[in-house]
Design a protein around this ligand. Structure first.
Ligand code: IPE
Ligand code: IPE
Ligand code: MG
Length: 252
């Protein structure tokens, strides 16, 4: 894939605009396949997660460089607690390490870091880091990065239903007021556009509880490649494929 460098973004970095007519505003990535990546190399699964975390930084910076406005990465699902204790602990340690690094790392790119999911389930230390990362990056002007941790879309929808129900019982809103906007703005992604494109490496053809409500009309790209091997060229290819899709939203 050859891209033309057409300009520079606000950080004066080369911008790979190429001849793409539409750049998705919001991209979601299901960062899947770390375990298989490690297994193929005879390494423990945790080594795959380390490689995946490294790639997360590369791809995040790239998305910011090319002018993506919102990026949502699926890092840990509400179902991932089912994994062996050893793997869960390795993941928690990795989150701590990467968040500390991300605090300074993403500063140069002016990235706003947000967390979606029930973060109260994490250790007090990790919760503190999450809070600090969000607070310190809140006033930046660049790409919004949502890190989905202990995220499950069904959980998110239950939370929204409870919030709205409470408002109905207290009389703050009436049943007739409940519409798509109200539900969207009761989700973790309130105020953000729905994802235009979700990329799932690892070759699995499923959603795995990721952004169910938000991806009603999202374009999906499934790649037969494991997340640690997913490159910036793969992202470029996905953007070209996205441009070739005909999004009809139910129309003609
Ligand atoms: C994704 O990789 C990372 C997390 C779910 C935390 P996996 O660990 O699911 O890797 P595979 O799918 O087993 O290869
Ligand atoms: C989805 O991957 C969750 C993340 C990448 C964080 P999983 O590996 O948990 O999904 P399934 O089990 O293959 O559906
Ligand atoms: Mg997996």
């Amino acid at each position: 894939m050859s891209f033309l460098f057409l300009g520079r973004n606000k950080n004066n970095k080369k911008r790979k605009d190429s001849n793409l007519a539409v750049l998705p505003q919001h991209i979601g990535i299901i960062m899947d396949g770390n375990g298989r990546w490690a297994k193929k190399r005879g390494l423990p699964r945790s080594a795959g997660h380390t490689a995946g975390a490294k790639n997360f930084r590369t791809i995040t910076r790239y998305c910011s460089d090319i002018g993506i406005k919102y990026l949502t990465v699926y890092a840990f699902s509400t179902e991932n607690w089912k994994r062996p204790q050893e793997e869960v602990s390795a993941l928690m340690n990795l989150f701590k390490q990467y968040l500390e690094e991300a605090l300074s790392d993403f500063k140069d790119d002016s990235i706003v870091v947000r967390f979606i999911g029930d973060t109260t389930a994490f250790s007090p230390e990790l919760q503190e880091l999450i809070k600090r990362t969000q607070e310190e990056s809140a006033n930046r002007s660049g790409m919004v990065l949502n890190i989905a941790m202990n995220y499950g879309s069904r959980d998110e929808i239950i939370m929204a239903v409870k919030n709205i129900s409470q408002k109905v019982s207290s009389g703050e809103v009436s049943l007739e007021d409940i519409d798509e906007n109200m539900i969207s703005s009761s989700l973790y992604t309130a105020g953000q556009p729905d994802p235009d494109l979700v990329i799932r490496p690892s070759g699995e053809y499923r959603i795995s509880n990721f952004l169910l409500w938000q991806s009603a009309y999202t374009e999906y790209i499934i790649l037969d490649k494991l997340w640690p091997d997913f490159s910036t060229d793969d992202l470029d290819n996905a953007l070209v494929e996205f441009n070739n899709r005909n999004r009809r939203f139910g129309g003609v």
